[in-house]
Design a protein around this ligand. Structure first.
Ligand code: HEC
Length: 170
């Protein structure tokens, strides 16, 4: 036997044995996977439910008459914002809500610090001034919107601003 022939025989043997081992491992793995994965994982109820949840369609169509089956839509209620308490001082309220009209007299608004414009108004008494500022009113000079258009401000905050405006305009 030549040396080449010897090598070839040995080579074939080794390859054959390796192939047999590989095949054995493959069969063993498939058997094992059938024994474990199939029974304990893929068929498990929780596993199936999780898959169904993941691939669930985003929306669903209900034909007329089927509405009863539709789940109630959840409505998120947004709480009404609380009126800002009198935490703001008179000048702060004035600067944020009243200055637009009352600093220059827009639309006939009595100007802050102009004693002549304010004298008759102040003579009405603070109750009337507060009421006019809080509820709004239309006078001979123009239209004063309720709370200067700032419904989020509390009555107390408006009264503070009126106090400030009056004290600055005597
Ligand atoms: C959009 C413009 C405007 C804004 C903003 C505004 N006012 Fe006036 N205000 C007026 C006008 C115009 C008058 C005069 C109405 C009239 O007597 O004809 C007036 C009048 C008043 C008077 C006098 C009421 C009276 O009986 O004479 C007070 C007090 C007053 N405003 C307070 C306020 C306060 C406080 C704010 C801010 C919270 C404010 N105003 C914001 C336009 C405005």
């Amino acid at each position: 036997m030549s040396r080449d022939q010897k090598f070839f025989d040995m080579y074939s043997l080794v390859i054959g044995v390796l192939a047999a081992i590989a095949l054995a491992i493959l069969v063993l793995t498939m058997k094992l996977s059938d024994l474990t994965q199939g029974i304990y994982t893929r068929d498990a109820v929780e596993y199936q439910a999780a898959i169904a949840e993941r691939i669930r369609p985003v929306g669903q169509v209900y034909r007329p008459g089927e509405e009863a089956e539709a789940p109630e839509p959840t409505v998120e209620t947004v709480a009404e914002p609380e009126p800002v308490a009198a935490a703001m001082s008179g000048p702060q309220v004035y600067n944020s809500a009243c200055i637009a009209c009352h600093s220059t007299g827009v639309g006939g608004a009595p100007v802050l610090g102009d004693a002549a414009q304010w004298a008759d108004r102040i003579a009405q008494g603070m109750d009337v001034l507060n009421q006019h500022a809080i509820e709004g009113y239309t006078g001979s000079a123009g239209y004063m919107p309720a709370k200067g258009g700032r419904a989020d401000l509390s009555d107390e905050a408006i009264a503070e601003a009126v106090d400030y405006m009056v004290s600055e305009s005597r």
